[in-house]
Every structure is written in C-alpha cells, then in structure tokens.
Ligand binder design. Structure first.
Ligand code: ATP
Length: 232
C-alpha cells in the first residue's frame, strides 16, 4: 500500500474496513478526541465534559489509537485494554462515547486519515477535534498538517507548560489555515506517563485514575476481551 495525498489507504481499503457495521449515531455535531489513553485519567474526562458543555456538540467520541505514530513504545496488543479503560472512564455518560474506529484503519493511523474516514463513514455529521495545548504545539509536525487544518476545526484545552496564547500564535505561523477555539478549563497538571509510573510502582493515584478504570488496569492487557468490550 502506498501513502498518497496524505492517506495510507485506498477507496477499496475504506470500504473493506466497513464489513462490520459502523456504530450508529443520531448526532449532528461530534467532537473527536484522539489519544493513547494509557491509562485514561481525570484530565481526559474533564476536558471532554467541559468541551461538550461549551461547544454544543451532541457527542464526544474518544478514539483510542492502536499504534500512535509518535509513541513507538505503545503496542497494538494493549489496544483492547486501553479501549476497555476508556469505556470504564466514560461510564454512565452517553454523550461521551468510546469509538475505537482507528482499529478499522491501516497502521499507523495518522489523524488526517482518521478524520477523512470519519467524514466518509458519517457523511451527515459535522466534526471538530479536541486536543490539549501540548498536542496543539506539535500539530505542525503531524502528517498532512496543512491539509488536516483545512478539513477540521480544533478545540484546545490548556496544559501546563503550554500557554494558550503563545502556543496558538506559534502554531498559526506554521499553519495559517488553523481554525481553533479554546475551552475554559482549570489547569489539571496530570498525565498518563506520570500516573503509569506510579501504578507500575504500586503507588496510590489518588482517584486521578478512577477506581472503575483501575479495575481494568489491574486485569492487564491479556485480561480483557479482544474488542475491549466495545463493538466499534
Ligand atoms: P502521555 O503522558 O503518555 O503523553 P497524556 O496524559 O498526554 O499521555 P494522551 O492519551 O496522550 O494522554 O492525550 C490525549 C489528548 O489529551 C492529547 O491531546 C493531550 O494533549 C490531552 N491531554 C491529556 N491530559 C491532559 C490534561 N491534563 N490537560 C489537558 N489536555 C490533556
């Protein structure tokens, strides 16, 4: 398979990947939220909930990445486990949905490919994309960044070390077609890396990873069903 026009797959790949029915939605506006979620934490949950409230979308779709292009140490075989943890995080919030749609795409799945696929698969839906200010700062290095910016508007949440105004100004210089809105949110200086290290040492994560998510974490990657309990 060749990578052409910023896309790894061909039309027939896209159609083949729909042999399993796509999850249904009645949403007209959807905020996509990509991430590794290793593990998911209260930072993810809070930004998704506040973005839902402030943007007026009908649903926020969490899109766990099977093999993120920028994180070589993340193995595909932890995907179902991370999907199950995201489902546990979102428990009882039907407007926040676990949508492991990237499992249907060739690896590694770049965001531009995912956005194109979502637009094709859900043709009537208006999409935006949620990220933290640290990810926004790196957006110019993403595959097909300029094309991506003309495809979808971004919604950004503040993150420690990445002042919003400066970060946006810098990114706009590299990507003049960037469309971005900011959500109002207190800085939550918490990351999966820090939490994972504490969990690996058996230390208390003080509810920054909710109990329900920890139950899945302790099952380990081999302890969950292959689809992570989700049908997407
Ligand atoms: P890691 O420490 O492994 O980099 P992470 O905590 O950043 O993980 P990811 O799954 O990589 O989690 O993040 C998914 C998205 O959520 C990214 O856009 C990231 O910027 C954003 N994000 C994660 N945690 C926060 C937070 N505490 N505040 C704001 N944005 C966040």
């Amino acid at each position: 398979m060749n990578r052409e026009n910023g896309v790894w797959y061909t039309e027939s790949d896209l159609n083949r990947s729909q042999t399993k029915p796509l999850p249904a939605t009645s949403a007209k506006k959807v905020l996509l939220f990509g991430g590794t979620f290793d593990p998911p934490h209260v930072g993810h949950l809070t930004m998704a909930q506040l973005a839902y409230e402030q943007t007026g979308v009908d649903e926020v779709w969490f899109l766990p990445a099977p093999s993120p292009p920028h994180k070589a140490d993340i193995a595909d075989d932890t995907f179902a486990w991370r999907v199950a943890m995201v489902s546990a995080l979102l428990h009882d919030r039907p407007h926040l949905r676990t949508m492991p749609l990237e499992a249907r795409l060739p690896r590694p799945s770049y965001t531009i490919d995912t956005v194109k696929a979502c637009k094709k698969w859900y043709a009537g839906v208006d999409f935006m994309f949620l990220l933290g200010a640290d990810s926004l700062a790196h957006l110019p290095t993403w595959s097909g960044a300029t094309a991506l910016c003309s495809l979808i508007p971004f919604v950004v949440a503040a993150r420690e070390g990445y002042p919003i105004a400066q970060t946006m100004a810098k990114v706009r210089k590299a990507l003049p077609n960037l469309q971005v809105g900011v959500i109002e949110m207190p800085l939550l200086d918490v990351s999966s890396t820090w939490l994972r290290e504490r969990l690996d040492r058996g230390q208390d994560t003080c509810e920054l990873v909710p109990e329900r998510v920890l139950d899945v974490w302790w099952q380990g990657p081999n302890g969950v069903a292959k689809d992570g309990g989700d049908q997407a």
